[in-house]
Design a protein around this ligand. Structure first.
Ligand SMILES: [Zn+2]
Length: 408
């Protein structure tokens, strides 16, 4: 909705420019119509703001394949922020891996590096190794450091809104760490931290299966079960930042005691660790969830049954979530997503049986698109999302000086 009547016209214009720039940051390469749809501004307002920003060199033309426009032939239909106006760095801490990438404002990845990590590595070890990898991708990509807007960080554990990492079964040595502050101290760059499921939601909504939806739930099904919830295009963290703990939805109040202290949580039925433990008993040797997925794809009936039953249990919790949040799309990711329809079909069936009919009509359940890069790309999307309202896309260090003369 456009509200031209409120506020001074100058500040409204500036506000709308901010929205156009912020939207382009999230969309990367887009048409003017995409921008109008996402901002709710009229096509003519968007066109005039885009023309203004193009004249200032902040927006550039792109060909229909997203590459820089060559100038010949038909007029280019797509636009992007000038890639050189800012860079974003993402860091993804996994159970046994570490990944780092750098991207420009048109969402092009300029460099990426992956490394293996030992089991249960401590926060200090992870942060030091991440800082080394960041320095390496900056150097290899030739990116000017003063153009870096900041660093997005993801890790598999609860992240409180204070920035402190909570106790995590996957990275136990990180509880109490303020990981973003430590990265800022080490690299001299602003940093933001979210848990892996939140970053999955952000990346799938930006580039993957949730693209084009404003209310999306990303399910991360792996050793544990978590969800990232986006409402109206914004990550929903709740009061303390821990929203989305769908794995601890109680399915049976007299069920098995869960690691969280409650009973009968979804994770005790359908978490990767629970499934693997169940099958380890029947197979007679220690399996992990990757072994179960492999055996299932080779046709092992016990593994196939366990994954299908997990899908049905997960569907119960998802149905409850649909009743509460009414999402447009549920994106199923994490390693268990590789089970495909084997898990997805019973999950969908369960949602259909248990959610109220209107919630079922509204929601689509789909597999995630970005695989193991979901969290890393989400960390980059986090920077594009959080790095201040500065319309120029200039590096934070330059923002203060720039605000005085932003008025055209
Ligand atoms: Zn629990």
């Amino acid at each position: 909705m456009e509200r031209e009547e409120s506020g001074s016209l100058g500040s409204l214009r500036e506000f709308n420019r901010d929205r156009v720039v912020q939207t382009l940051r999230m969309l990367g390469v887009a048409s003017r119509a995409d921008v109008a749809r996402r901002t709710g501004l009229s096509r003519s307002t968007v066109s005039s703001i885009v023309a203004e920003l193009q004249a200032e060199g902040l927006i550039v033309d792109r060909d229909s394949d997203g590459r820089p426009a060559t100038g010949g032939g038909r007029p280019p239909a797509l636009i992007a922020l000038d890639p050189s106006a800012g860079l974003a760095i993402g860091i993804d801490f996994g159970k046994r891996h570490l990944a780092v990438a750098i991207a420009d404002l048109s969402h092009e990845i300029l460099g990426e590096a992956w490394g293996e990590m030992p089991n249960d590595y401590e926060a200090a070890v992870g942060i030091e190794r991440a800082a080394e990898l960041v320095e390496q991708v900056i150097a290899d990509s030739g990116a000017p450091r003063d153009r870096i807007l900041g660093v997005g960080i993801g890790l598999p554990g609860p992240v409180h809104s204070s920035g402190t990492v909570g106790s995590s079964a996957i990275l136990p040595g990180w509880a109490g760490t303020k990981a973003a502050e430590r990265i800022t101290e080490r690299l001299g760059l602003q940093a933001w931290l979210r848990n892996d499921a939140n970053l999955g939601a952000l990346s799938e909504a930006t580039w993957g299966s949730g693209r084009g939806c404003s209310t999306v739930v990303y399910l991360k099904l792996a050793t544990g079960i978590g969800a990232g919830i986006m409402i109206d295009g914004e990550l929903f963290g709740g009061a303390g930042g821990t929203a989305g703990e769908i794995g601890h939805t109680s399915l049976d109040e007299t069920g098995e005691i869960c690691r969280c202290g409650s009973r009968g949580c979804l994770e005790t039925y359908a978490g990767g660790a629970a499934i693997a433990a169940l099958l380890s008993r029947s197979v007679g040797r220690e399996l992990d969830i990757e072994d179960v997925l492999q055996r299932a794809s080779a046709g092992d009936p016990a593994c196939r049954r366990a994954l299908a039953e997990a899908g049905r249990h997960i569907g119960v919790a998802v149905a409850n979530l649909c009743n509460l949040v009414n999402p447009e799309r549920i994106v199923v990711g994490g390693s268990m997503g590789y089970a495909g329809d084997l898990l997805l079909d019973p999950l969908k069936e369960s949602v259909k049986l248990r959610a109220i009919p209107s919630a079922v009509e509204d929601v689509e359940v789909v597999l995630a698109d970005l695989g193991e890069r979901a969290e890393l790309l989400g960390a980059i999307a986090l920077v594009l999302h959080e790095a201040g309202p500065a319309w120029s896309g200039r590096a934070p260090a330059m923002e203060k000086a720039a605000t005085a003369d932003t008025e055209p």
